[in-house]
Design a protein around this ligand. Sequence first.
Ligand code: FES
Length: 500
Amino acid sequence: MLLIVETGDAVREIIVEPGKTIAESIGPAGLHLDTRCGGRGTCGRCRIKLLAGVFRVAGKTVRAPAEVNGCQTEPAGETGRIFIPETSRIGRSGQIEAALPGAPRSSRTVLAIDIGTTTVAAALLTPAGVAATGGAFHSQFKFGDNVASRISYASGHPEHLARLQEETLRSIRAAIRHFPRLDEVAAVAVAGNTTMSCLFHRIDPTSIGVMPFTPPCREFPVRPAADFALPVPPGAPVLTAPAVSGYIGGDLVGGLLVTGLAAAKKPELLIDLGTNCEIILQTGRGMAAASAAAGPAFEGAGISAGCRAAQGAIDRIDAGPDRVKFSAIGGSAPVGICGSAYVEFLASARRNGLLNDFGRLERFEEDAGRKRFFRIAGELVITESDIEQLLKAKAAVRAGIQALLAYAGVPLEALGVVHLAGGFSTYLDLAAAQAIGMLPVLPNGEYRIVGNTSLGGAARLAADPGAMAQMLALSRSAHEIPLNSIPGFEDCYIDSLLLP
Ligand code: FES
């Protein structure tokens, strides 16, 4: 069947094989729908418009015009025409930043890779410095937007495990496709959360998804690049950052190395703000770690107008009593709202009396189902149920920090530096995050935005022959505390749901 696909900037003709969904069929043409629920038809993020033709949608015949989920739709006639809105696509900017914090010196050419749940970032280091950085969306995303859905897809299906590994390798190849001198690479190092590291090695991660969340391994073998079909010399060793536990992965161990937190003599924190908020506390006498399930709200998932920080994303909002000020990345027309803007919305709307302390809108519009929302720009709105998700995410972060400090007997006043890692923190307005109670005010300390320390850790691992021993020592010296085992955690979480 011939499918004519319109996007905002182009019209393409794509041949669709019988039995394949539209989401599956348009991927090879470089059009990737946002299939964050893994194509189960539950997230509604892959919406497309049927402009002409007949289709089968979840087993039922549907004629254009109609709006449907692309993951559930197959063409049923000879030709069809569809429109894909910007908000239903991932990778639309084609640009994933791969900033490398604290690039180490390297006496040889090495490749560092950060395997994130949503993106893959890479850097090529040479004796002359950083020769290239690059990134790509992690195409495993089509199997769900979080590690739990990837684990569930892999579990009990060796062919799915192989598929997930292949998606990771494909994404790495995409991230480094323009890198020069790959034929000179003497070593490769990767870092990622424990599930991503397992999937990279095609190790079944099932045990990470069930109590007590024990990973199948915390340390990974050094293997030749040929095992991963990477476009570097086949004998180049591939090293993997070791993990602390099922949810404190090599990405965090990389952060320990890059920030120097492990060697701090006074209490310091490393916080990686993501779908899982991982926190490592250096008490001055040892390290304790915790993982708080913040959910993907600050990464733009599960929120009506949510998106990642990419071209067209609103990244700044000031909601005042009379007007809303906002700005979008790249200065283009807004296509969604990213996490940093949601934090600023909560702070400004609360400050200006538009939100009460329970997160209910004091000034709002209503839809036909009497659901309340606040309009930011055009069709981009923030609903009360969005606010509820955001409050849950910020409460998880705050309660995680407070419970870990309480567990270790470290008062807030004793904290020196708090290192904030992860892409979301790069755009975060610290004053707004403190105003909504997501991050505590530090009486005697300071926040430092440290960027992608997972990539920085991988770079150290690739460049420094002694780094693996250091990382192994770090991963063995930190221990994870289940937050729900800390007395007072639940109360703290409930208190933190309120807006100050
Ligand atoms: S509804 Fe299609 S991917 Fe979620």
